[in-house]
Design a binder for this molecule. Structure first.
Ligand SMILES: [Zn+2]
Length: 176
């Protein structure tokens, strides 16, 4: 195939880094060599991770979140404005069948950014839907923990606990 067709038609000029990505056999092999299949969950767990648990893969000068790259390898370009989410709640997982596209992130981020009315004191317990939204925002936007904390009016520690706690709870539940 020829060079990538200009993708300027994508909304608001958002970068579509995955556009027309074609990985060589060697690159694919390197990607797959970092996957460990979890027999009980069916998750394809990436073995090299970002701090918060997403798979991390370096490819041609760019550091990818491995689940996004996995989606791209399996299904093609990630449509502009959409986000790659986990059905399995396992951030390290890159099994394409555990991934799906979502478009709620912007709405949520927007909701939260307007959310000073949440008006929480620092150690207020967040609701389950808050926790879901926080995970969603963390997974799908560039917001840092400290920024999410500010939006929700809680401490960064609390955000960190939520993000890590969920991760550990997920793993613990598989009964060791
Ligand atoms: Zn999975």
């Amino acid at each position: 195939m020829g060079p990538a067709v200009a993708s300027s038609h994508h909304a608001r000029g958002a970068p579509v880094a995955s556009s027309c990505l074609q990985m060589s056999g060697r690159e694919l092999q390197r990607f797959h060599s970092l996957i460990s299949v979890n027999g009980s969950s069916g998750c394809h767990e990436f073995t090299r991770l970002f701090d918060l648990g997403y798979g991390k893969f370096f490819l041609r000068g760019k550091t990818w979140r491995a689940h996004r790259l996995s989606w791209t390898i399996s299904y093609g370009e990630i449509p502009g404005g959409l986000f790659v989410l986990h059905r399995c709640d396992n951030r390290a997982c890159v099994n394409p069948r555990h991934l799906f596209l979502g478009n709620q992130a912007d709405n949520m981020a927007d909701m939260v950014s307007k959310g000073r009315h949440f008006g929480r004191s620092r150690d207020t317990r967040l609701s389950e839907s808050d926790v879901y939204a926080i995970r969603f925002i963390d997974e799908n936007t560039a917001l840092k923990q400290v920024q999410i904390a500010k939006l929700y009016g809680v401490s960064r520690n609390q955000i960190n606990n939520i993000l890590c706690g969920i991760r550990w709870a997920h793993h613990d539940r598989r009964g060791v």
